[in-house]
Design a binder for this molecule. Structure first.
Ligand SMILES: NC(=O)C1=CN([C@@H]2O[C@H](COP(=O)(O)OP(=O)(O)OC[C@H]3O[C@@H](n4cnc5c(N)ncnc54)[C@H](O)[C@@H]3O)[C@@H](O)[C@H]2O)C=CC1
Ligand SMILES: O=C(O)CCC(=O)C(=O)O
Length: 399
């Protein structure tokens, strides 16, 4: 069996190289080609892209999946994977640079010094540097909104002795494992307002969802401590840009440091913009690509699901010659209808697993050997069950 995969040229070759040449036919592109089984991308927007009917999986070599039409994908039986945590250290380090940039006029000082002319630069520097006096982070309050892989690292680092900040975090959906990894020095707020009210710096680390869209709007900015600095390395749409610009004009915000450019932010004296490079370190790109390629391969070759954003983990040891996998709606009696068909064909189920998330579910059924034509008939019968979206037949991988 050979799988056809389209990979974006922006994805690290260290990850792409994990697609074994004897099993995978690779081509480059940002959108799926006809006949593709998989698509591997970074930040390209797929919302207006038709997904070819054969497409089995989309891999996002990164974390945010707001560029992928998740509902459309799952409705067409496409399993979407990302790389949770794989680029978090890279983002964290850039956030610390951003905090220092928020505290001291480093960019302006650098721009000024680069324009100096003449032989007496040292004299000019000593005379002019008083314009670039900054503040320190030690003892200041940092508010962290979203305490996942990035926010958790930022919160722990800022509260460590190295930075000595007082950290207040807000994350109503925090996972237990993540919470365990947070320093006990971090104060957990019950509301965003509690974070905004007293923080000198506020940093956003939430995914872009319906709930987080424009979570920092005029009303919330009005609650922020006057003269505070906002950092946004999450997504452009988690803030209301007009409200930020107005707050910078009236001095409510002292600065805005972001990874997301827009025409109005460029050249603004109180804004520092980076070109979406939070995850752009060699380590982050390699980790992300390797992690997502492994999960795509695992899904294609065994049907096992790990780190999908559209399905829960569903991992079963492949202990029989054949595996049927079914993506279906999460409605009553689906498993009963599947097993009834298998019973009609007098087939014994060796192993089985069913997991659901929201409106959709995934079932894996391991079977002993079944003759090819019979197997095809069974797969067709399963496909005909109402609310079944996709049926795959996978042979046990050879060792
Ligand atoms: N600038 C860049 O290059 C990068 C940007 N990102 C962005 O940062 C986001 C976070 O990344 P990770 O920390 O790796 O993701 P993550 O999934 O580990 O953490 C996100 C956290 O946000 C929390 N959250 C969700 N809704 C919330 C809400 N309404 N209020 C407060 N907390 C909420 C979740 O419970 C979770 O703990 C990504 O979704 C992506 O948009 C991520 C990596 C690189
Ligand atoms: O550099 C990238 O591919 C995007 C990083 C990012 O924004 C993410 O992982 O969510």
């Amino acid at each position: 069996m050979t799988y056809q995969i389209t990979t974006s040229t922006t994805v690290s070759q260290d990850g792409i190289a994990l697609f074994d040449q004897d099993k995978y036919h690779l081509q480059t592109g940002e959108q799926p080609h006809t006949g593709d089984d998989g698509l591997l991308i970074r930040s390209v927007n797929l919302h207006d892209t038709p997904l070819n009917p054969e497409l089995l999986t989309i891999g996002r070599a990164g974390v945010g999946v707001n560029n992928i039409p998740l509902e459309k994908a799952v409705d067409q039986g496409v399993v979407v994977f990302n790389a949770p945590g794989a680029n978090a250290n890279g983002v964290k380090e850039l956030v610390f640079a951003a905090l220092v940039i928020g505290a001291r006029p480093l960019m302006a000082g650098n721009a000024w010094v680069n324009h100096l002319k003449g032989q007496d630069i040292d004299v000019q520097v000593e005379a002019g540097k008083k314009a670039y006096v900054g503040t320190e982070l030690l003892g200041k309050q940092l508010g962290v909104i979203g305490l996942g892989h990035v926010g958790g690292r930022v919160a722990n680092g800022a509260s460590s002795l190295a930075f000595g900040m007082h950290v207040v975090g807000y994350d109503p959906y925090i996972e237990v494992d993540t919470a365990w990894n947070l320093s006990h020095h971090i104060h957990h707020a019950d509301t965003i307002e509690e974070v905004l009210r007293d923080s000198d710096y506020v940093t956003l680390h939430v995914p872009l969802t319906g709930e987080t869209k424009e979570m920092i709007n005029a009303q919330r900015i009005a609650m922020m401590k006057p003269g505070s600095v906002l950092l946004n390395f999450a997504r452009d749409d988690v803030i209301d840009e007009q409200a930020i610009l107005a707050a910078l004009d009236r001095g409510q915000l002292r600065g805005y440091v972001t990874d997301f450019a827009s025409p109005k932010l460029l050249h603004h004296p109180k804004v520092t913009v980076f070109p979406h490079i939070g995850g752009s370190t060699t380590a982050a790109e390699t980790n992300s690509a390797k992690m997502v390629v492994q999960t795509m391969k695992n899904y294609l070759e065994t049907g096992n699901i790990r780190n999908s954003v559209t399905f829960p983990d569903c991992v079963m040891q492949f202990a029989a010659p054949l595996r049927l996998t079914l993506i279906h709606k999460n409605v009553p009696n689906m498993v009963g209808r599947m097993t009834a068909i298998l019973a009609n064909y007098d087939l014994n189920i060796v192993n089985m697993m069913n997991r659901s998330q929201g409106d959709y579910a995934y079932t894996m059924i391991d079977l002993d050997h079944v003759a090819e034509k019979r197997l095809q008939r069974i797969a067709t019968k399963l496909e005909q069950i109402e609310n079944v979206i996709r049926v795959r037949v996978i042979e046990q991988p050879k060792r």
